[in-house]
Design a binder for this molecule. Structure first.
Ligand SMILES: NC(=O)c1ccc[n+]([C@@H]2O[C@H](COP(=O)([O-])OP(=O)(O)OC[C@H]3O[C@@H](n4cnc5c(N)ncnc54)[C@H](O)[C@@H]3O)[C@@H](O)[C@H]2O)c1
Length: 321
């Protein structure tokens, strides 16, 4: 019997791994354009519940249009599916894809809740099923530079951190629905902060205290949490749908501080405050490349099912604290 890896090697020799995309608007549009340009993947088919958007998308990239999700999985010879849909649909679409033995790339978060995570855990076969989650933050060059500063012990033993992310968002869609996105701005933005928290410190959250104020009518959604990690580091996460797009990261060590603010990175020590240059990263391209290496070379991606599950568990621990 030909296994998935052999099939994928065959297809890449030909013309790229045949894939499908579900969700062509919003964040999915970025995947649509990237996959259409890719030499590694062959975007064969798309599906979206919004017929107008679907028509526009398939015309733009000249691929096939599926009648529904099952049609996409069954009838176009695809090996993998990119699922770029609202979070509350992830579980259903992932399980369906696994049933049809398709490799899965799904946007963050893998799922919203722990019961949903359990259901996927039950259905995923270790070393046979391929599932990667698009956690974009750790792909950024600035994240890698921060990690290197920590690893090189440039600021000494770490004492605490302050991470915050905010974007101004019209709070009108599934993101404001408590059932569809129970964590609001924290589920959407805080997940990026948890992603880099795991990436930088590689330690479990053992204690958390959170506070949420959520005034939907005024388009305000604010969430803050205090955390303690197993390795003794403690800190603070803050997210909101209030301000203009801003990410700020402060990591305080015994001998210095790492500061990322307004897209600029500094290393501050007793002697000086030095600017650290970093490259602008095409995160979608990096994620797609990781997924390709996973399928083609069986190289574990940075955020496979197991790493992404840890992020969902941390997110839920904080949300319910
Ligand atoms: N990594 C990042 O920085 C980042 C940024 C934005 C969004 N995201 C993630 O991407 C995912 C999608 O978010 P978005 O902002 O693009 O959402 P969106 O609501 O803007 O778009 C979702 C798309 O899914 C389609 N859709 C909805 N229900 C469907 C169904 N039942 N079947 C088929 N298609 C359906 C919609 O028509 C739309 O085209 C979310 O999981 C979100 O967390 C990630």
């Amino acid at each position: 019997m030909i296994n998935i890896i052999d099939k994928i090697k065959y297809y890449t020799r030909k013309k790229g791994i045949p894939v499908g995309l579900v969700g062509v608007n919003g964040w999915g549009k970025k995947y649509l354009l990237r996959l259409a340009k890719s030499k590694r993947f062959n975007l064969k088919v798309c599906y979206d519940i919004n017929k107008k958007s679907l028509d526009k998308a398939v015309q733009l990239v000249r691929c096939k249009k599926a009648k529904n999700y099952l049609d996409l999985l069954k009838n176009f010879g695809i090996q993998a599916v990119f699922i770029i849909l609202p979070n509350f649909l992830h579980k259903k679409f992932i399980l369906e894809a696994l049933k049809f033995k398709k490799a899965v790339f799904v946007e963050k978060p893998l799922v919203n809740t722990l019961p949903e995570l359990k259901e996927i855990e039950k259905n995923i076969k270790k070393n046979q099923d391929f599932l990667m989650v698009g956690h974009s933050f750790r792909h950024n060059d600035f994240s890698k530079k921060i990690k290197k500063i920590i690893q090189d012990n440039k600021i000494g033993k770490i004492c605490f951190f302050e991470f915050s992310r905010s974007i101004k968002r019209n709070y009108h869609d599934w993101r404001k629905n408590r059932k569809k996105c129970p964590g609001g701005c924290f589920m959407q933005l805080g997940i990026h902060l948890i992603d880099v928290l795991h990436f930088f410190f590689n330690s479990k959250i053992i204690d958390s205290k959170s506070m949420r104020r959520n005034i939907i009518n005024n388009n305000v959604d604010v969430f803050q949490a205090l955390l303690k990690l197993e390795n003794g580091i403690q800190g603070y996460l803050s997210t909101s749908f209030v301000n203009k797009d801003n990410t700020s990261i402060n990591i305080y060590g015994e001998r210095g501080r790492i500061i990322f603010e307004q897209n600029t990175l500094f290393l501050e020590t007793k002697k000086q405050k030095k600017r650290i240059r970093f490259k602008k990263t095409d995160i979608i391209k990096k994620e797609i490349f990781d997924f390709f290496n996973y399928l083609k070379k069986n190289k574990k991606p940075k955020t496979d099912f197991f790493e992404s599950s840890k992020i969902v568990k941390s997110m839920n621990k904080i949300l319910h604290s």
